[in-house]
Design a protein around this ligand. Structure first.
Ligand SMILES: C[S@@+](CC[C@H](N)C(=O)[O-])C[C@H]1O[C@@H](n2cnc3c(N)ncnc32)[C@H](O)[C@@H]1O
Length: 326
């Protein structure tokens, strides 16, 4: 995708009048009205700035623990890292902070060098990022873990099974889509496990191009780093949409970061970008997605279980959820 194309796509901020009536009714029930919508949008955007910052520091800490680019110490698995940065973790913080003074040709180091990175800052961010991982391990219900995601920093790394979800969805849709939008394509940057020192790329962008070679594909993401790398348009799907209609909109491993208000607003923006008969693919299994889909005029048409990792015990299974615009 060229940057030119991305620049030509207009971004429209959400307005009360643009929200389908059925979704307006649901928003009113949770206290959002025409009068309070601008304040709700401001609060989402303020919160989002902090979540973006926290997400970039999460990646920095995962990189600092796993990369071999700046140290000879063994990688540390983030989920098993000590809560307090001691031992090898402390040594890695020291070496990483020094490496950022001379990042040379390493794209990740150069990018991280643009953030405040004193050893003290890194220790503070380390404690925050590792506390989240440990907290997640302690939660044992899917619902509680889902709750954590609605407040955590925004990760940009590919979720599990991106390509498999798309494959399952395309088998149901049964015809190639021409105009495709990826919301939150992400890019492989510094995942919390299994980091490899490869050239950063967007797995989802590549998968969509490979499976739909004829399609005209646009992308939109909230993270400026992803926007620049993929040539996407910058927007928060809860507060804005693009001025174009699509046959297929894909948002996998994105909606889990949205709370209920954000999800309702996102449903409005997505509905307003779907062409008649257009499909919307996601993998959020909250029961609300059915109610919101019905209210938005894009009911759920298929829920397809997808085995993401058959080797794991129990196997890791996700669901491709497909809505269709009426
Ligand atoms: C975990 S990655 C998933 C990447 C890819 N979709 C996949 O399935 O592998 C989440 C992506 O969604 C983006 N994102 C998160 N919240 C968003 C929002 N409210 N609006 C637009 N993009 C968002 C993040 O910046 C990131 O690029």
């Amino acid at each position: 995708m060229t940057v030119m194309l991305a620049l030509m796509l207009a971004v429209h901020a959400i307005t009360w009048d643009s929200i389908p009536e059925g979704l307006q009714a649901l928003l009113s029930r949770i206290g959002v009205s025409g009068g309070s919508l601008p304040a709700a949008v401001r609060s989402i955007e303020d919160r989002n700035r902090e979540r973006l910052r926290a997400g970039e520091y999460d990646h920095m800490i995962f990189y600092l623990l796993q990369s071999r680019a700046f140290t000879r110490t063994q990688p540390i698995e983030p989920a098993r890292a000590p809560a307090e940065p001691t031992g090898d973790a402390a040594a890695r913080i020291k070496e990483f902070s020094a490496a950022l003074a001379e990042p040379n040709g390493n794209a990740r180091l150069r990018y991280f060098a643009g953030f405040p990175h004193s050893e003290e800052t890194l220790r503070t961010e380390y404690r925050r990022a590792i506390a989240f991982l440990h907290g997640k391990e302690r939660e044992d219900s899917a619902r509680e873990i889902a709750g954590l995601y609605q407040h955590r920093g925004l990760s940009s790394d590919a979720g599990p099974g991106t390509g498999l979800l798309l494959e399952a969805a395309l088998a149901r849709i049964g015809r190639p889509a021409e105009r495709v939008l990826i919301i939150g394509p992400g890019m492989d940057w510094a995942p919390r496990t299994g980091f490899k020192e490869t050239e950063p790329r967007s797995i989802q962008w590549d998968e969509v191009r490979r499976r739909l070679p004829q399609a005209r594909v646009d992308a939109a993401d909230v993270n400026p780093r992803v926007v620049e790398a993929v040539g996407a348009r910058q927007l928060n799907i809860a507060t804005a949409r693009l001025g174009k209609r699509y046959d297929l909109i894909i948002a996998t491993n994105v909606l889990l970061y949205l709370d209920q208000t954000e999800l309702l607003l996102a449903w409005s923006n997505i509905r307003n970008m779907l062409a008649p008969g257009g499909w919307f693919l996601h993998n959020d299994s909250r029961f609300e997605v059915r109610v919101f889909g019905q209210a938005a005029g894009m009911p759920v048409r298929h829920v397809v279980p997808v085995k993401i990792d058959a080797v794991r015990r129990p196997p890791l299974v996700d669901r491709a959820v497909l809505h269709r615009a009426e």
